[in-house]
Design a protein around this ligand. Structure first.
Ligand code: NAP
Length: 281
């Protein structure tokens, strides 16, 4: 593995061993047309459509579509690479345009790509009644809110009390998720070569009892963070676009995951250029 000078991301140069593919589409008619075209042309040049065991997953839509694809294939992260085509505005995960489809097909046919590896967030929920823990992987972020009103929780870093939080909620994001909801919470944009997670507050209330730092913090991969309910123990958790409700929660732990996502990069597109093109123009 080397740090790719062009992309500034952790990357492995390889001649990929791609044989099977699958497509995740946003479902609108234009994205579906592109899907049919990709299936037709990739099959014609010898690739096999295999929705269960794809070497390559092509998402056609937006970043939201890539999030769906990630969760569909989360059990195959070690064997699957992702690439995104956007049919709306430029995305962070979806960086090929519909007009560039012939170029993408040619690049896939040549099977020459760089694997770009991005960190993920691990979320583990443990319960008061010894129920088996619930574990999730997020590509963008996890938000934690109370199931009833304000979130009142103690926040620990490496099991040491850091602060007592009272407010709307907490957001833990990955570096690639730092341009999503985290950015709306005034979190920093983090380069995905930094294996880290970021904690941002969602509307904290500060007084003599509950006092929080008020600034986003970035935790390295060996620092995990625990959130423990103070009174109510029902939590609404969002894992990317997926909402979950958990009762009788003892603790929610967030950390950099051991698992990673691999993107097939058929041409360089440096992260900071994507940030500039998306937000500055
Ligand atoms: P959605 O309402 O369709 O997506 C919200 C927007 O977030 C879309 O414009 C989406 O881009 C964009 N987005 C997703 N991941 C991104 C990333 N890594 N960097 C920059 N923009 C990104 O909702 P959804 O499809 O269910 O997606 C859920 C995601 O929406 C969540 O993970 C959260 O990060 C994001 N979100 C953001 C805000 C906010 O910024 N205030 C609020 C709620 C949710 P596309 O249009 O290309 O799909």
């Amino acid at each position: 593995m080397k740090d790719d000078l062009l992309s500034g991301e952790h990357a492995t140069e390889e001649l990929g061993n791609l044989t099977t593919f699958a497509i995740e589409t946003r479902g609108d008619s234009f994205s579906n047309q592109l899907q049919s075209r990709l299936v037709r042309e990739l099959t014609r040049i010898g690739f096999r459509y295999d929705a269960a065991n794809p070497d390559l997953v092509i998402s056609v839509g937006g970043d939201g579509t890539l999030l769906q694809a990630f969760h569909r294939y989360v059990a195959r992260l070690g064997q699957t690479a992702f690439v995104g085509v956007h049919t709306g505005h430029l995305g962070f995960y979806a960086d090929w345009t519909a007009q560039e489809l012939p170029l993408l097909i040619e690049a896939i046919a040549n099977r020459k790509y760089t694997s770009v590896i991005y960190p993920l967030l691990r979320v583990s929920v443990t319960f008061k009644d010894n129920k088996e823990s619930a574990n999730y992987l997020a590509l963008n972020e996890c938000t934690i809110r109370s199931a009833e009103g304000l979130l009142v929780s103690d926040v620990f870093i490496r099991h040491e009390l850091f602060e007592s939080f009272r407010g709307d909620g907490l957001c833990f994001s990955t570096p690639t998720g730092s341009t999503a909801y985290n950015k709306g919470l005034s979190g920093a944009i983090v380069h995905p070569s930094l294996e880290s997670i970021q904690l941002t507050e969602i509307a904290s209330i500060n007084n003599r009892v509950y006092r929080t730092l008020g600034s986003p913090i970035i935790l390295p991969k060996h620092h995990h963070c625990q959130v423990r309910p103070v009174d109510a123990s029902g939590f609404n958790l969002s894992i990317d676009h997926i909402a979950t409700l958990h009762e009788k929660v003892e603790e929610i732990e967030c950390a950099v995951a051991k698992e990673k996502i691999c993107f097939a990069r058929f041409r360089p597109f440096p992260f900071w250029r994507r940030v500039r093109d998306s937000f500055i123009g």
